[in-house]
Design a protein around this ligand. Structure first.
Ligand code: SF4
Length: 187
């Protein structure tokens, strides 16, 4: 059954007794806090929840989620909190969440960007697609910037990506290749 609430622990707002015990936010403190909150819910006969142990530090968040997955079976809501702007936050989220999802950890995902909420959803969607967890949507394979390109690949890909957003349920793959070096005809 789907979790109906989240027990959310954040490295920036750990309880005082855990900060005194551990000296600073760390994965062990996050896990202990999460388990304490889970126990409170279970003591009140509430079992339909998921847990998050978010941190802005990628290493701390990944370590905390990894440790938590080892000691409990609760569904985990994974995220790298306060990850940053569109570019830096996307890279941090991709590194952290990709690492966790690759290891089979995580039941729901939140991408936290200082950007429009739609961007967070798109980044999360692309992350799941890149890991083969979601297959719906248009996947685009394209050249990097390159002097051999015979047409404007960057503009073409931008246009295609914009258009592809309207086809989230499609299961299509496009290759935008700028010259014959790696073109399908050469394979
Ligand atoms: S396929 Fe051609 S245009 Fe694309 S990266 Fe390779 S050499 Fe450059």
């Amino acid at each position: 059954m789907a979790a109906r609430c989240a027990s959310a622990v954040n490295a920036g707002s750990l309880e005082r007794h855990l900060l005194e015990k551990y000296g600073e936010p760390n994965p062990e403190a996050l896990v202990e806090s999460a388990l304490e909150h889970a126990k409170i819910l279970q003591d009140h006969d509430f079992h339909e929840f998921k847990i998050s142990v978010k941190a802005s530090d990628v290493f701390m968040a990944v370590a905390a989620y990894t440790q938590l997955a080892e000691v409990c079976d609760h569904p985990l809501h994974i995220g790298i909190t306060e990850a940053g702007g569109r570019r830096t936050g996307t890279v941090k989220s991709g590194s952290g969440l990709g690492n966790l999802l690759w290891a089979g950890i995580g039941d729901t995902v939140r991408v936290s960007l200082s950007a429009e909420p739609e961007e967070e959803v798109l980044v999360g969607w692309e992350l799941l697609k890149s890991l083969g967890i979601r297959h719906r949507g248009v996947r685009i394979i394209s050249c990097p910037s390159c002097a051999r390109q015979g047409f404007n690949v960057i503009e073409t890909v931008q246009t295609l990506e914009e258009a592809a957003r309207a086809y989230r349920d499609a299961n299509q793959r496009f290759s935008i290749i700028g010259c014959v070096v790696n073109a399908p005809a050469r394979r």
